[in-house]
Design a protein around this ligand. Sequence first.
Ligand SMILES: Nc1ncnc2c1ncn2[C@@H]1O[C@H](COP(=O)(O)OP(=O)(O)O)[C@@H](O)[C@H]1O
Ligand SMILES: [Mg+2]
Length: 525
Amino acid sequence: MAEIVLDHITKRFPDGMLAVNDVNLNIADGEFIVLVGPSGSGKSTVLNMIAGLEDISSGELLIGGKLVNDKSPKDRDIAMVFQSYALYPHMTVRENMGFALKLAKTPKDVINQKVEEAARILDLTQHLDRRPANLSGGQRQRVAMGRAIVRDPAAFLMDEPLSNLDAKLRVQTRTEVSRLQRRLGTTMVYVTHDQTEAMTLGDRLAVLRNGVLQQVGSPEDMYGRPVNLFVAGFIGSPAMNFLPGTVEDGKMRTPLGDIPLHDRLRQALEQAGAPRDLIVGIRPENFEDAALVSAASRPEGITFHATIDVLESLGSDVFVYFTKELAQGVDAAELQELAADSGRAEAGVSGDTVVARLDTATTIREGQDAELWVDARAMHLFDPGTGRNLSLEAAVRADETVAGPTNLASGAADTSQAPATPAAATGQAPPSPGSAQAGPGQMAAGEMAAGGMAAGETAAGQTAAGETAAGETAAGGMAAGETAAGGMAAGETAAGETAAGQTAAGETAAGETAAGEAAQGGGAT
Ligand SMILES: Nc1ncnc2c1ncn2[C@@H]1O[C@H](COP(=O)(O)OP(=O)(O)O)[C@@H](O)[C@H]1O
Ligand SMILES: [Mg+2]
């Protein structure tokens, strides 16, 4: 068990690439934290620095209160699970899971006990004597996790461990990872580019963009109080809608109509020196079919007309899409970046289409000129130049005004750093990590079952890899990658240390599968 502290951590690669820029993050003991951001934002680099697979250019890394910058991976007491979890094809599940312990010369009965315990947690007991080729993708992923669990590390580091699974299995395994972490209560640093995965898994999220930490907080913080355009557009599905807005005569002019500004907000915007032209952010659920809004609620927003281009009824939700003379659109680097990011392909951040989620009681139809309502209280106002969420800052500022002395000058002047609100990326760990008290042992081992994965489901690619690897050359190749990964975590082999010393271990291990490289958007391509 250990807390992990990143203190002004920076990574500049030899070619000059500044991949991680001055990241500060306090990860509490037992906490489940998710590093999330688009491909290339520096997530793997951060994780590899924690693991010891990449040198730290500057800053300090502490694990369990000890400075570990110069410690080799094996002395960091962490276990890592990669996206491309190469299992030894010629070994059984039991042998795969116990291999690191065997290298560490752990007594056989202890190995057996640990492997069986891990197998029970992961519902792999009945598969212990099988080979990887005879397992489904999800089962193989669990074996990879089992390998990490048996080491009983101070922390788990996982780099997109579910990316190779199909959508359904990914959701199932996601739930397992979450239960597993609660059950073990071990600190977890989990990397993903998938914001849904991040939101469902993390006690807290740390959003990265171009190597810079944007915001650290609970899923609720990220969703309800995004500090800037980037976080606002990245978190949430369907994504937040962005419309141009102009402050005029105490109102916000938008393509939907004039939205009155509360005096407090208007004053705060003025005090902050906000530009007249802003970007208005509205989440899909802040719209409603006007006919379903009570007379009491109506004044809290505005009603407007829109021609419904598309209506999607999902049973639990109704989504409508419409355009609203957004010709001039909104233009901000953050939004272009998000639109370009494949992880957010479905996002409404690029186009001129607005998406609204309506109550299923709506009788609005496709093609209809409908009357809709939007909740003005829920809108976010962004500075198009800096991307900062001015409404959030205004709210904080207003609170401060009530509370006493303020420090407006520093808050308003500091535009060089992406996160500017007091609550922004301070990276402080919460006082009590939720997961640590979430009742270990609360779930029976049987509940860990993913269910429904027949051996027949074995992914073709994986089987091929396993079969090829049975040949000696390929097996050697896989073992090398494997040793790098295993050695990094268990650190018991010379090969592992050498690889780690060259800071190329991660790449060697990940590089074993082309899919791994591609999906990780790694440096090789
Ligand atoms: N060995 C390297 N040399 C130079 N640049 C690298 C190297 N590894 C990664 N990068 C670059 O650093 C940035 C962050 O990479 P990475 O941490 O892998 O991002 P992520 O995991 O978020 O997709 C990317 O622009 C990537 O191309
Ligand atoms: Mg990565």
